[in-house]
Ligand binder design. Structure first.
Ligand code: SF4
Ligand code: SF4
Ligand code: SF4
Ligand code: FES
Length: 956
């Protein structure tokens, strides 16, 4: 879908009001919502008033005086951006006087501006240049010799954009963007009058300031002052295509601005329904990995992982993979192979992988990375509410009065949503944070949590029960809602359970480590503060009681009536871009698309008819069961598309032992990742820029991914799966991913109304989308729960087996950082490493002092599973007794430490609680030495890859 490069800018934000006003602008009648500026009213009527300091993503500021108009009956020349339209007003936007005034303003600007338009990188896309044209500026009467800023130094510190102060017109748009849109407050205008300049932090370079490189200021700048370095290098784009970010579960919509098939820049789409024109450093700038030299573009095979890789044609690689899978099945049985669906690939690609497993492989051995992140969400929400997904739109937060964030760190992991949330908090909503760490949200510019409950890792269920205890025993429940909407008996049992004295905050204080007074205060605020919404992340799910905690969250929402309307709800913040989608389309071993159990014969028959095969009625192996079965000798072959299980799954040494035991691992990826080092067939993957498809974000929003360049390795991922299925003797025949979506829609009631045509028309669709909801479902459970009546479920706290002892006295918990993403395969190959070039162990100064650990020193982290060595970072964000790290770099081995403990219902690993000891050391761990040797050998084997004679001409 080709888009206009520059979208229309209405000058000031849209106002929503039931009241309308009609006014006359240049003789034309215009009707707008009350509160709309004259500038916007004019733009809506087709009249563009000149402007520089106004843009429709920011509140008007009224500083440039270019947008002056005449209003009948009023003296002077008011600024149209700051003057609201009124009923009956008569406005003139053009007159000789206005023309002269505007020209005068422009003259002043241009007298202090380099006259290098022809060689300026913004040439052709500069509002100052446009305004010089619009105002008819032909000369500058003051000359250019006066005092000016033309020698101001450029700030090149940010790897992605420059700040050229000589071109700044001090319009303040960047400062307002950083405040209003991003909420970081990194910029100010320093100095006064002529001396005033934009300043990051205390007159620091951008990289030394609080700037998080979201790009909002660059987007807002009307001149070449703040400009992407890629635009400076490549020049202005010539066309653009709207697509969806492939990083996190926010699912931001972007315009890929292109020159031919090269990306010049990614610009957040103003009408993107998940992001409304905002972005974070990853989606906005960190896309260079897609063309990184490490991309593997030719298929490769080898019979043993100690053999050099051999480059082969696509035909040879696919023939080899298919023959190996068939050989293994013949020798070890039908269930000896399986597949892993990627949560980074599209819905259509995931659907095809699970279809291939259930048809061509003939079993249900298919799983996805949601196993290790949000599988408890699927289970817990299905049990209580009836649907395995979040209940709201992101926009809904604009109506929240109380926001409870538990086990999530949105400013790092879901930054664009965090900016929206912070905006609402600045408007006065109250915040409760339940997290062992003092995350940024607890206190950031103009945001201060009312309550921070710094619980001990592993005690979420105890905390949720004590919050519920207060709500029940203090009579703060929404009794009418419960009576009408929830199952009576289950509610009564739950009510009696949480009311037990053992669940009181006082009794649980010992367990959670949080004072009863704080818990009582937070519970009262949550229950009585108006619309209360819960946002949670992997800090809830990745526990031995992950599913229990999700049900505890749903219980709290039902008990207080906070479900089924704007501003409330239960909102899992999904990690990867398409983790919601990969679950929706049947990637779990027990569920067919649309979360229908394989044991349900009606559903099975539906798919059997459509696919022409018999589907096994028993669930297949989950990922951890695949590893166990590999070590037992019964699971021998794996098709792994776009997942790096060696780096991302817990207990690395167990995973690598399992992979080493297999006979054929087929990895389909864009890079030689950690898992591929154990593979026998490498099928080159395609990045999100190289294919068509859809992603589904954390709001259940299905958005289009559009191809902006041809696949670098010839095929998009879905085409490779089709070819593999065909070689296995199962016929797949699709000309385009839209046909795959049509099949999903045909076979899945919640997707019945979804099609590419509708997605193109509406921009995006939140499922369920069917005859009952043809335009999709922004808010779920409005009149009744999907399961009919909501079901309270008793959530008894059971302490994890992972206990601290004298040998392992600290608890390690893991998470993410803003600039890196998941296993880091993409972000490590971008300039984002400038913010985070290695994983660090955060430790409280008190724990560090006790052990003689200094900031920046090497420390060993030792758990029951293994040990590794990282650099220490002393941090008051930690509570004593808890240490923290990220897992973005393979050599860190964070998952060498994590154990195989997992959620009782879903096997989701207990990443967030590992008992460890931490000590200063001087050299890497044994595992790290072994890893370094293995990795070096594997890179040498990759270097030896040779092109064998090939009949396949498809790979040049
Ligand atoms: S890039 Fe974002 S955080 Fe940095 S100064 Fe600009 S708006 Fe602020
Ligand atoms: S840097 Fe750009 S947006 Fe900021 S004040 Fe200068 S011209 Fe305006
Ligand atoms: S918030 Fe997530 S989806 Fe949006 S740009 Fe950042 S990484 Fe991409
Ligand atoms: S655009 Fe209205 S004062 Fe600048």
């Amino acid at each position: 879908m080709l888009e206009q490069l520059n979208e229309k800018d209405f000058g000031t934000p849209k106002r929503i009001s039931e009241q309308e006003v009609t006014l006359e602008i240049d003789g034309m009648q215009v009707t707008v919502a009350a509160g709309t500026s004259i500038m916007r009213a004019a733009a809506e009527g087709g009249v563009n008033v000149p402007k520089l300091c106004a843009t429709d993503s920011l509140e008007p500021f009224g500083s440039c005086r270019l947008c002056l108009v005449e209003i009948e009956g009023r003296k002077g020349y008011p600024a149209s951006c700051t003057t609201p339209a009124e009923q009956g007003m008569k406005v003139r936007t053009q007159s000789p006087k206005l023309q002269a005034l505007r020209k005068g303003v422009m003259e002043l600007y241009i007298s202090d501006h380099p006259l290098d338009c022809l060689t300026c990188a913004a040439n052709g896309n500069c509002e100052l240049q446009d305004m010089a044209g619009v105002t008819g500026l032909r000369e500058v009467r003051y000359g250019y010799g006066g005092e000016n800023h033309l020698d101001s130094k450029k700030d090149e510190s940010n790897p992605y954009f420059t700040y050229d102060a000589s071109k700044c017109i001090v319009c303040n748009r960047c400062v307002r963007a950083c405040e209003e849109t991003q909420g970081t407050y990194a910029l100010t205008i320093s100095g006064r009058g002529f001396e005033s300049r934009v300043s990051p932090g205390q007159d620091q370079p951008f990289m030394d300031s609080e700037c998080v490189s979201c790009g909002a200021c660059v987007q807002a700048c009307p001149t070449a002052t703040l400009l992407e370095k890629t635009v400076i290098e490549m020049g202005q784009a010539e066309h653009s295509v709207v697509t969806t970010c492939a990083y996190c579960g926010v699912g931001c919509s972007f315009k890929a601005e292109m020159k031919g098939s090269e990306v010049v820049r990614m610009v957040p789409a103003k009408d993107g329904q998940a992001n409304e024109g905002h972005s974070c450093v990853k989606g906005r700038f960190a896309w260079g990995y897609a063309t990184h030299k490490d991309r593997i573009l030719k298929p490769m095979i080898r019979s043993k992982i100690t053999d050099p890789w051999q480059e082969v044609s696509w035909d040879e690689a696919l023939d080899y993979a298919a023959a190996e899978f068939r050989r293994i099945q013949k020798k070890y049985g039908r269930d000896s192979i399986g597949g892993i669906v990627s949560s980074r690939c599209t819905n259509e690609e995931g659907y095809l992988v699970q279809k291939l497993v259930r048809t061509a492989f003939g079993n249900n051995n298919v799983d996805t990375c949601a196993r290790v992140c949000h599988s408890p969400t699927g289970y817990g929400l299905k049990q209580t509410l009836g649907e395995s997904a979040g209940t709201q739109t992101f926009k809904s937060v604009e109506h929240s009065d109380v926001i409870l964030v538990i086990g999530a760190n949105p400013t790092d992991a879901h930054p664009v949503f965090a900016s929206r949330m912070k905006k609402r908090l600045r408007e006065g909503a109250k915040l409760i944070v339940i997290d062992p760490r003092h995350i940024d949200l607890v206190r950031s510019p103009h945001v201060q949590a009312e309550f921070h409950l710094p619980l001990k890792p592993g005690t979420n269920v105890a905390m949720l029960s004590s919050l519920a205890h207060v709500i029940v025993t203090e009579g703060l429940m929404a009794t009418d809602f419960i009576a009408q909407r929830c199952e009576d008996k289950a509610f009564e049992q739950w009510r009696d359970f949480v009311a037990l004295p053992e669940n009181s905050p006082e009794a649980m204080q010992q367990v959670t480590g949080v004072s009863a007074e704080l818990v009582r205060g937070a519970a009262r605020l949550f229950a009585t503060g108006g619309n209360a919404a819960i946002y949670y992340g992997l800090g809830v799910t990745e526990h031995a009681q992950g599913s229990t905690a999700v049900m505890g969250i749903a219980n709290l929402a039902m008990a207080t009536g906070n479900i089924g309307r704007e501003g409330v709800g239960v909102n899992p913040l999904r990690g990867q871009n398409n983790v919601q989608g990969s679950c929706d389309i049947g990637s779990f071993p027990h569920e067919l698309p649309g979360y229908r159990h394989v044991s349900d014969s009606t559903t099975r028959h539906l798919f059997e008819q459509a696919w022409g095969v018999e589907i096994q009625p028993e669930p297949g192996l989950r990922i951890p069961n695949m590893f166990d079965a590999a070590l037992d000798g019964s699971f021998r072959g794996l098709y792994c598309q776009g997942e790096d299980i060696v780096q991302s799954d817990p207990n690395t040494q167990h995973v690598t032992a399992a992979l080493s035991a297999m006979e054929c691992i087929v990895v389909q990826d864009i890079f030689m990742n950690e898992t591929a080092m154990y593979a026998h067939v490498f099928l080159p993957g395609s990045s999100f820029l190289e294919k068509d498809g859809t992603f589904t974000n954390a709001e259940r929003r299905i958005s289009r991914v559009r191809k902006v360049m041809p696949p670098k390795a010839v095929y998009a991922d879905w085409e490779v799966t089709v070819q593999l299925a065909n070689r296995l003797g199962y016929r797949m025949d699709y000309a385009h991913p839209s046909e795959i979506m049509d099949e999903i829609a045909r076979l899945t009631p919640t997707f019945h109304g979804v099609s590419y045509e509708k997605l193109d028309r509406l921009g995006s669709i939140q499922w369920p989308c069917n005859d009952d909801a043809p335009l999709g479902t922004p808010i779920m459970h409005v009149d009744q729960f999907v399961r009919g009546k909501g079901k309270f479920i008793i959530t008894k706290y059971v302490a994890t087996d992972e206990k601290v002892t004298r040998k392992f006295p600290l608890i390690l918990t893991t998470g993410r950082i803003l600039s890196q993403y998941n296993v880091g395969a993409q972000t490590r190959r971008t300039e984002n490493v400038q913010w985070h070039e290695q994983d660090l162990l955060e430790i409280h100064p008190h724990d560090a002092e006790e052990r003689g650990i200094r900031d920046g020193g090497w420390v060993s982290i030792h758990s029951r599973a293994g040990d590794t060595v990282l650099r220490a970072k002393l941090s008051e964000r930690m509570q004593p007794g808890v240490v923290y790290t990220t897992f973005h770099f393979p050599e860190s081995g964070a998952n060498v430490i994590t154990t195989e403990n997992s959620d009782w219902a879903t096997n989701c690993p207990e990443y967030k609680v590992t008992a460890v000891q931490v000590m200063p050391v001087t050299e890497p761990s044994e595992w790290q030495k072994k890893y370094t040797r293995f990795s070096r050998v594997q890179h040498e084997l990759l270097g030896k890859a040779k092109l064998s004679p090939s009949k396949d001409k498809s790979v040049a």
